[in-house]
Design a protein. Structure first.
Lengths: 469, 478
């Protein structure tokens, strides 16, 4: 008899993916400006490190919130005891107001419809438990965040069927791709319960167009299924087109309080927009009271620490602060993204035009030795081991075309970014300046060496695993 | 077609149990010494509120423990970014050390086996996911904490099979009872994957003696099934006999044990009184379980802000030693006062030396030896005596007439009020020798035993965890 469950002994946690593998290499040889100048620069981590000074200065000005106090009185005991899964009302109010502000106040949210969870990781899993049975399926446009394989499938038994998107139309969702995915699910005897989209997209860094959103609404109406919109990057939209949220579209089409209105659920988090992944603040927003009720009970398995709820409710209730933060943060992201794009250009590398997110979707198809995923892996290994940049290969995001990589720009200093771009430029230059056949010989030798190095390091990362978006 | 899952629309969340229902009465009429002196006193909530002053003194002296104060803010960015599911090393070290100290330093815990979870609630569910497939079963001695029905079964599809314990031997877990439960499971075609024990026990307030523990370990080894030891009340053992942990038993020379079967659930919610901070721990002696549980902890990591606070606090050896001693002392005093006052009016309870509650024996007050009579009595206690206590049936107790009554979640004054109400009720009862009919009329003040969906929709409905309206954090909505 198997001692452990099937879940414990299988691979569905998805951590053998190259997405996580790259971090192992980074962990072994991390870049440090002073101590390890030749180390690997982490560009596979979608963190926002650009605006901590704004948070820290707010903390300095608000000692009460920081020190378990309200109006000078200690509320430590009340916070320590507060484990109500309905969440701190002041925090929920502040959070929904923040969400509305990010959407230009074109829509409003009801604090009674929000459920707090331990990060978006937990929010996504909880929604699967609420909306689908084991063996049901959700459709997801590719490329998508690799963590979804764990969050949506692992313990729930739900399947993911890809909606294939292609570079030919900037990876936008098309009606035919939706239908094709649906039919594919049916051919596999999978009952489709809904579609899950990430908007703004990870890894593309683009916001969905109104047409795409309309398409989705039509599709889920026609098929009578759910739509989950993961909007954790909504606050990172730094240039036009302006962000259009799914709720705005529903509102504009007068679909409020209809059946389809109750089948649209939003996932949110403060990990990206506020740069606070360690605090584990996630949320589910739904107009279906039964989903809210069920998800609320399930949140028992991953509540947000009351200490954190209190601190952030004070911070997000400070409207002057949130307005300033959102604007400044977006400006800094825009600047930083431009720097990455310009640096890539100098290396003769293009990327998908993007207006959001903490990363760019970089086009290295022209650097592939062949139009295959094997070639993509080869190139990736060279970039990790030789160029010493940890970036994420498109295959780990289930992209259907080889040659694309997600490269993060907001989790390092400007100087580090400059260095990364220089390394990349030298690398590309060194490829171009060589004779083609000479290059092929070098390739095969490097391939062997990389494979060998790769195999050695493969053993050790089963001992230490990391977990990031 | 877009229906929700069976898990979401079914009753597996377990909230239709009277355990949670009692709170409804409390919610509509909560006791307050000044504003509502006749309100219902909450005695159904196993919280430890006795040590906050002690902890506050430490906090005032250590502002750097909070990453958001001026003294701690230099660590803010690092904490805010830290989402590694291995958990902060200093947090794990501090928790491991604390767990050791709570067990008198008779055992050492390895920080690398400490895995975070969303409270003990999350820890139990995670272990169920790791150790069992849907349709498989765990054995659980009765009476047991009602939340287990949700934590172990709801989303996992795992079954629970009770191991019946009787008052005739003080609810001890016997080898016979274990074997009987095992056979019962097999007859129901359920493959047993493990045994879950809560030690110290909720709701009994007792600890397992050495012999029982050895029996239990022998049993699980023989059957090659897992043993989950929920030890979240370990630091609440306030008097002899001394607590013996699973971690100690497996080290003993005469105990044969496959360590891959041994797992401990821990939390700071009871021992420290911090349920709001959601610090749950899975501690397993099985490497594969540690690894799997750690990956699953992504679904319920402890906020890094909280990890930092706890690491600072629990690394302070002097504070920890003083806290453990002070907490025991205050619990001992409160327990003694409560049980003594009760016995003065002829109310007995199971002899206990741990926990935040007593297992009160009201069998003689039952109209008849049935669970219906228990429910009637319970309604009288809520509506007439105005105390929210938890009926034994909600803990799957095999015998009617037992109630769990919490004593550590209120101040001295409230405790005195609760006792005077009990005194009054008992004396009146003794005098009047209330005939069965009268009792029935009283019980017509009905409490609905099942919640309707729309009740749940109301924002004022309590969560199973805390008395919502009383929290000033909730009243201060803006």
């Amino acid at each position: 008899m198997g001692l452990l469950s099937r879940k414990a002994t299988c691979n569905s946690h998805g951590q053998d993916s190259s997405y996580f593998l790259g971090w192992q290499e980074y962990e072994k040889n991390p870049y440090d400006e002073v101590k390890n100048h030749r180390g690997i620069i982490q560009m596979g981590l979608a963190e926002n490190q650009l605006s901590f000074d704004l948070l820290e200065s707010w903390l300095a000005k608000n000692p009460d919130a920081a020190g378990f106090k309200r109006d000078g009185q200690s509320i430590f005991k009340e916070l320590a005891l507060f484990q109500d899964y309905h969440g701190l009302p002041a925090f929920k109010k502040a959070l929904v107001d923040f969400m509305a502000e990010i959407r230009g106040n074109k829509v409003t949210f009801d604090p009674n419809r929000i459920v707090l969870t331990a990060g978006a990781t937990s929010a996504n899993e909880t929604l699967m438990f609420c909306l689908a049975e084991q063996g049901d399926a959700f459709l997801l446009p590719t490329p998508y965040y690799p963590g979804f394989d764990r969050d949506l499938k692992w313990r729930t038994g739900v399947e993911i069927v890809p909606i294939e998107c292609s570079s030919s139309n900037r990876f936008q969702i098309t009606a035919s791709a939706l239908e094709e995915a649906y039919e594919q699910a049916q051919r596999k005897n999978l009952r489709v319960k809904g579609v899950l989209v990430t908007n703004p997209s990870n890894p593309l860094g683009t916001t969905m167009t109104r047409d795409e959103l309309d398409l989705l609404v039509n599709f889920i109406t026609d098929k009578e299924i759910h739509l989950i919109s993961d909007e954790i990057y909504s606050g990172t939209v730094f240039s036009s087109p302006a962000y259009v949220s799914i709720v705005e579209v529903l509102k504009d089409r007068n679909l409020e309080n209809t059946q389809v209105w109750e089948r649209v659920h939003i996932v949110y988090s403060l990990s990206k927009d506020l740069g606070l992944p360690g605090f584990r603040v996630g949320a589910i927003y739904s107009n279906d009271p039964i989903v809210v009720a069920a998800a609320t009970k399930m949140s028992s398995f991953g509540l947000v620490s009351s200490q954190t709820q209190y601190l952030l409710s004070a911070m997000l209730s400070d409207k002057k602060f949130t307005k300033e933060y959102i604007a400044k943060n977006q400006k800094r992201l825009r600047k930083r993204q431009s720097k990455l794009v310009a640096g890539l250009e100098k290396a003769g590398i293009g990327c998908l035009e993007s207006n959001a997110g903490l990363f760019c979707w970089v086009d290295m198809r022209h650097l592939l030795s062949s139009d295959t995923f094997e070639a993509e892996m080869e190139l990736w290994k060279r970039i990790v081991y030789d160029v010493k940049l940890n970036i994420s290969p498109g295959s780990s995001c289930h992209c259907s075309e080889p040659g694309w990589f997600r490269v993060c720009f907001a989790n390092m200093s400007e100087d580090t970014l400059t260095l990364a771009m220089q390394r990349l430029k030298s690398f590309v230059g060194s490829i171009a300046s060589n004779d083609r056949s000479h290059q092929e010989m070098k390739n095969s030798r490097r391939k062997l060496r990389s494979k060998w190095v790769f195999r050695l390091s493969f053993q050790s990362f089963h001992d230490r695993e990391q977990d990031e978006r | 077609m877009a229906a929700m899952s069976k898990i979401a629309t079914g009753n597996g969340h377990g909230e239709n149990s009277p355990y949670f229902d009692g709170w409804k009465a409390y919610e509509t009429d909560p006791f307050h010494p000044i504003d509502r002196p006749d309100g219902v006193i909450q005695m159904g909530l196993a919280e430890n509120q006795l040590c906050f002053d002690f902890i506050k003194k430490w906090l005032i002296k250590h502002p750097e423990a909070s990453v958001s104060t001026a003294q701690g803010v230099n660590k803010f960015k690092e904490m805010a970014l830290f989402q590694d599911y291995h958990g902060m090393p200093e947090f794990r070290r501090a928790v491991a050390k604390f767990m050791g100290k709570v067990r008198g330093d008779r055992v050492k815990f390895d920080p690398d086996r400490i895995v975070m979870s969303g409270g003990a609630t999350g820890a139990h569910e995670t272990l169920a996911f790791c150790l069992a497939d849907p349709g498989e079963a765990f054995l659980v001695p009765t009476p047991y904490y009602p939340g287990f029905d949700r934590d172990l079964k709801w989303r996992t599809g795992v079954e629970l099979v009770p191991v019946h314990c009787e008052s005739s031997n003080n609810f001890k877990i016997t080898r016979d009872a274990l074997e009987a439960a095992y056979v019962k499971a097999q007859e129901a075609n359920l493959r047993v994957k493990g045994l879950l024990i809560t030690n110290p026990s909720n709701p009994l307030g007792t600890i397992l003696d050495r012999d029982t523990l050895k029996n239990v370990v022998g049993f699980i080894n023989e059957k090659n099934i897992h043993l989950i030891g929920d030890e979240i009340y370990a630091a609440t053992v306030f008097m002899e006999p001394e607590f013996v942990s699973i971690s100690e038993i497996i080290e003993e020379d005469d105990v044969e044990c496959n360590r891959d079967l041994i797992h401990i659930v821990y939390s700071l919610s009871k021992d420290m009184g911090f349920p709001g901070f959601r610090v749950g721990i899975v501690y397993s002696y099985n490497d594969a379980v540690v690894s799997c549980a750690r990956k699953m902890s992504s679904f319920g990591l402890v906020s890094s802000q909280t990890q930092h606070l706890i690491a600072s606090m629990l690394s302070d050896d002097d504070f920890v030693d003083d806290f453990i001693a002070e907490s025991k002392n205050l619990l001992f005093k409160r327990h003694k006062y409560f049980t003594r006052s009760l016995s003065q009016v002829g109310i007995g309870s199971l002899k206990s030396n741990a926990g935040l509650f007593i297992w009160m024996d009201l069998r003689r007050l039952l109209r008849e030896k049935t669970f219906e009579a228990e429910m009637e009595l319970w309604r009288v206690i809520i509506n007439e005596v105005k105390l929210n206590v938890s009926p034994g049936s909600s803990f799957h107790c095999h015998e009617p007439g037992w109630f769990r009554v919490c004593f550590a979640n209120m101040d001295d004054n409230t405790m005195a009020v609760a006792l005077s109400r009990i005194r009054t009720f008992v004396l009146k009862n003794n005098e009047a020798m209330v005939p069965p009919r009268k009792l029935c009329r009283l019980s017509s003040l009905k409490l609905s035993l099942s919640r309707r969906m729309d009740d749940l929709m109301s924002p004022s409905i309590l969560s199973p965890h805390s008395p919502l309206p009383q929290s000033p954090l909730v009243r201060a909505r803006n």
